[in-house]
Ligand binder design. Sequence first.
Ligand code: DI6
Ligand code: FE
Length: 404
Amino acid sequence: MTVQIWRHCRVATLQPADPAPYGLIEDAALAVEDGKVLWVGPLAALPAEVKKRSTREHDAGGALITPGLIDCHTHLVYGGDRAHEFELRLQGASYEDVARAGGGIASTVKATRLASEQELAAQSMKRLQALMAEGVTTVEIKSGYGLALEHERKTLRVARALGQGQAVEVRTTFLGAHAIPPEFTGRSDDYIDEVLRMLPTLHAEGLVDAVDAFCERIAFSTVQTERVFEAACALGLPVKLHAEQLSDSGGAQLAARYGAISCDHLEWLSDAGVAAMAQAGSVAVLLPGAFYFLRETKLPPISQLREEGVPMAISTDCNPGSSPCTSLLLMLNMACTLFRLTPEEALAGVTRHAARALGLHDRGTLAAGQRADFVLWDVAHPAQLSYAIGANPRLQTVFKGELA
Ligand code: DI6
Ligand code: FE
């Protein structure tokens, strides 16, 4: 097996065991073998036997190396766009007004159903590539704009295919319970029956890594959400939830009872919700792009989450309605400016904690045995990744030990 060594770099390992902020190692070396990190530490401590086996050396030119970024909550496979709805909202309509008037998610469902697999793939690929250009090496993609078996299948197949042959891994989440499709208007329980029929079929086709639902007064109740969770658990699939985005429905407490790997949005999360998440070990996925784009004013309870030790992840929520965003670096900045996270918390939010929000334990930090997914950046200090607005200092991405 070949051993490659990156030297002349600083490495932010994001390993909690490394005492410096960001787990930062100055004048570091990073050795990779067989797609995994073999060794990382100060260059001066590089073991002679690792050095001896090295077959390729890379001069990183003083770059900062971080784990590959992980966008743990996206809806990036969809048809059409919602620029018109943006205009309506600028004239005074709220997100919920638009949804109730049959626009919103429903209009994306229409466009997604009309799109062929090829058309969906072509427009979604552009969004995926924008994320990858900023160092994303793992991305979660949800279904939820098909809302019928063939269209949910199409979405998940496109999502899986997007990652093939590329320097990124796609994880798929079934979000059948995202909205009530037009043919089920007024019959939301019947639609949940349909979701429960779709799930085992799509799972059997190998298209589902996790299950999500939108628990909200404009979407599904906690009782309906619980039926979806029961079905997921019966299949051994992890659950996550769009919870307390526009109101407090107690979704986080429900999700915690099902050991949810994450609860996402959380602007209206109560103290009881924070406590339940802390106990269950669920990750809080914060989505500053949606907060910004919907001009929300109620902040997620950051200090309570921090005090209770709930890990916080940050994601784009890339979707056409509430966060038409393909920049995870911009989300780092917004997590700090809008939510008052520290740049270190923000970076952990798109690496270590984002991995955990996907139930992945082999990435998100740089340590021996972890996947060798990492990014070389032209920055002097990791805080610059959160500080800059609209910059893209990525120099190179290494995916599973190979230069992308
Ligand atoms: N919450 C959101 O912010 C997105 N989905 C969800 O459950 C919005 C989806 C959309 O408006 O298309
Ligand atoms: Fe979302």
